[in-house]
Ligand binder design. Structure first.
Ligand SMILES: Nc1ncnc2c1ncn2[C@@H]1O[C@H](COP(=O)(O)OP(=O)(O)OP(=O)(O)O)[C@@H](O)[C@H]1O
Ligand SMILES: [Mg+2]
Length: 361
């Protein structure tokens, strides 16, 4: 067997897609170093923090591909390092984020805020720069779920968001709940609602983000319309529970997102089933699999399910939603939703024409 050449290794890496853009790793100079001889192959690949949650899986897949191509080479090591891309300013509001993801549903109480917070936390834990905006100005629950409180400071007319420590990341969080005393009723008219959301988007010091996750209020299309006008959303995640009435509302929410041209990134089925902690017996309290079926019928991706678990509710009430990632019984559900979401964003990016590298005048 001849020893593998760097050129042969590079040829294999060339048609490997980048997990952010879906484009070949070689297109943006992401193959940073390759060394190959009969004893081993080592490659260093640069990936963006946007795809951080997919780094381990990407590394494993590249190693597997190289092992298949060079079965006689004993040592194959792929190292992933950071690769920067210029920040993207979105719309007129100047939010710097690569992807903006709205989390909504038709129905109240299905777990949107829990899922939105958990998606943001999962992405931040993996190392993506993530912010969370609570767009539920009537009933903000993100501060409660994350254990954050206090009035934000204003610096040079910009709002300093509260920050949640998530692993090594710091996640900026903004919510009307920081501005309105808890328990106080606020009556919003349509234009005020629009103004409040636009202001939180525009005036918050988000910094440069990979993801801005937006927790939507239940029901009405007002906020979806505001968001669709304010900035180009990557799309919406629709959360629903498995029973027919909830699915009917989810179907309406999907129609509403389509009407305002917000792409659908997928559906999450929350409260899918309950495994009794005493007996280990599974109960499908609201039925199960309905969201997967509805997603297939409506031709949108299914991102995964989350069972009803007592600790999820307890963590939420204790302001410790991030603790769902410390619990081996719940972590895999949230983790795989985040992975599928990021994977689907890359697949969608791959079908779009590449961004011009110079401004088009
Ligand atoms: N999978 C789950 N297991 C157990 N409890 C859950 C689960 N998902 C959500 N909950 C709990 O259900 C309640 C409602 O959740 P959440 O506030 O996330 O829903 P929502 O859809 O955002 O509600 P709203 O429509 O009022 O905004 C919370 O107490 C939360 O902790
Ligand atoms: Mg909510």
């Amino acid at each position: 067997m001849p020893a593998p050449t760097t050129a042969a290794v590079e040829a294999i890496l060339a048609d490997f897609p980048d997990p952010e853009t879906g484009r070949p790793l070689t297109a943006m100079g992401q193959v940073q170093a390759v060394a190959a001889n009969a004893a081993g192959i080592s490659a260093t690949i640069g990936l963006t923090s946007h795809s951080a949650i997919l780094w381990p899986a990407t590394r494993a897949r590249i190693e597997e591909r190289l092992r298949t191509a060079f079965p006689e080479v004993p040592g194959i090591t792929v190292t992933i390092g950071p690769h920067d891309r210029p920040p993207v300013k979105l719309g007129q509001l100047g939010v710097e984020a690569k992807s903006v993801i709205a989390v909504g549903s038709g129905k109240g109480g299905v777990g949107k805020s829990t899922i939105a917070s958990s998606i943001a936390i999962g992405l931040a834990l993996a190392g993506s720069r993530t912010g969370l905006l609570d767009a539920d100005v009537y009933g903000p629950s993100v501060p409660h779920l994350l254990g954050l409180a206090g009035r934000p400071q204003v610096e040079n007319g910009r709002i300093v968001p509260q920050v949640l420590d998530v692993g090594r990341s710091q996640m900026p969080v903004m919510s009307m709940g920081f501005l309105v005393p808890p328990g106080e009723a606020v009556v919003w008219r349509g234009p005020m609602l629009h103004g409040a959301i636009t202001q939180m988007l525009r005036d918050t010091l988000w910094g440069q983000l990979d993801y801005l996750v937006i927790d939507m209020p239940p029901g009405t299309g007002d906020v979806a319309l505001t968001l669709s006008q304010a900035l180009p959303l990557s799309g919406a995640v629709v959360v629903c529970t498995p029973q027919d009435v909830a699915l009917l509302d989810a179907t309406k929410a999907i129609a509403m997102f389509r009407k305002v041209n917000i792409p659908l990134l997928g559906m999450v089925e929350n409260m899918s089933f309950f495994v009794c902690p005493d007996t280990g017996k599974r109960y499908d309290i609201f039925g199960t699999g309905g969201a997967r079926r509805t997603a297939r019928e409506l031709d949108i991706p299914f991102l995964g399910e989350v069972p009803i678990q007592i600790p999820i509710r307890e963590h939420g009430d204790a302001g410790r939603t991030a603790a769902n990632y410390d619990d081996p019984a719940s972590r895999p559900y949230f983790q795989s939703i985040c992975e599928r979401l990021v994977g689907n964003l890359a697949a969608a990016a791959a079908t779009k024409p590449p961004m011009p590298s110079l401004p088009v005048l």
